[in-house]
Design a protein around this ligand. Structure first.
Ligand code: NAD
Length: 314
């Protein structure tokens, strides 16, 4: 068909993950990186990872690892990489000027219906695509690391993005096994990072104000709130926590929640004197050298794999 080739631009951590997700869904994926040889190296790394996933029976889709690998090609030439693609997923450095001029180059090389999608975490679409002429085919598709196990993708429109483009992207993400959500408008931080910022801020303040330790605030999340949040969000949580649902919940607890919210202290200075003791407390638990951090990252990914398996059964 004419909708089976996807180009991934930038072959770092996120580019490699997207490539794995798309070949899992049976798409042909052409990987481009502007560092010569980098895209080929990415395929070597993906080969290793697909093999490991096959061993633990967590490979996505219907194809085996070698069939998925056969769908991949690496390119050091952008125009060659874009040839035949209906969808372009950009995953280069998080620098506005780099993304802006890259999309300007890409637009010159593709047809007007090709969807241009950016993985940016922190830049809004109206900035990223400001040098593109036809912005109706542009959007941000923001993944969460590691996308192979954490399936959320935030679809964020440019003010000019066509509804069809959002829907086509939503269908594509669903087909490859991701969990897409629509933002109706662009906003700094999108939804995920805004909610995350709220959690980080209050956790930080509770430690800084001497209410709780670093270790214990993390347990509040991992042994408390997080137990639910892997399956149901904050809205369903409150809907289920009063006999007659959400409205009832707010009748009972709304005032209390407002009282707590009004007692929140100002946005923390994450770099002040007080930060030092938080940093020390964290580094006593997990030293910040490469060896300790990699071991914890490995553990995190193993645990996420187990959770992804569990979620698949439900
Ligand atoms: P990375 O540094 O691992 O990889 C970037 C890659 O892009 C490198 O291989 C680099 O050679 C290549 N590159 C740079 N400029 C290029 C250009 N002009 N043309 C082609 N290739 C180019 O970065 P990453 O962590 O994979 O992040 C990529 C994007 O994904 C960023 O926008 C980031 O905000 C977003 N993102 C990252 C995460 C995460 O947790 N790492 C999560 C969600 C979104």
């Amino acid at each position: 068909s004419d909708m089976d080739i996807i180009t991934v631009v930038g072959s770092g951590l996120i580019g490699r993950s997207w490539a794995m997700v798309f070949v899992g869904g049976g798409y042909r994926v052409k990987i481009y990186d502007n560092q010569p040889g980098q895209a080929a190296k990415a395929i070597t790394e993906i080969r290793k990872q697909l093999g490991e996933l096959e061993e633990v029976r967590m490979l996505r889709g219907e194809l085996n690892a070698s069939q998925q690998l056969a769908l991949l090609s690496s390119h050091d030439d952008l125009s060659q990489a874009l040839e035949g693609a209906f969808f372009v997923q950009e995953c280069v450095f998080e620098q506005l000027e780099v993304k802006q001029s890259l999309f300007q180059d890409i637009e010159r090389l593709v047809g007007k219906d090709v969807i241009l999608s950016s993985s940016t975490s922190c830049l809004v679409p109206s900035s990223v695509f400001s040098k593109v002429h036809n912005r109706s085919r542009c959007l941000v598709s923001h993944p969460v690391n590691p996308p192979y196990y954490v399936k959320l993708v935030e679809l964020v429109p440019h003010p000019e993005t066509a509804a069809m483009v959002l829907d086509t992207t939503h269908a594509l993400m669903t087909k490859v096994g991701q969990a897409p959500v629509y933002l109706k408008k662009e906003i700094d931080g999108f939804a995920l990072n805004r909610v995350q910022a709220a959690i980080i801020a209050e956790s930080w303040r509770l430690v800084q104000d001497g209410i709780i330790s670093v270790k214990d605030i993390d347990l509040v999340m991992s042994e408390g709130l997080g137990m639910r949040y892997a399956f149901i969000g904050p809205m369903e949580t409150i809907h289920l926590n009063a006999p007659e649902g959400l409205e009832d919940y707010m009748k009972r607890y709304g005032e209390g929640i407002r009282r707590i919210l009004n007692s929140f202290r100002p946005v923390p200075e994450f770099s002040s004197e007080g930060a030092k003791s938080i940093i020390n407390e964290m580094c006593d638990l997990i030293p910040n050298d490469k060896q300790h951090l990699s071991a914890r990252i490995e553990r995190r990914d193993q645990l996420l794999l187990g959770l992804a398996k569990l979620k698949k059964e439900h």
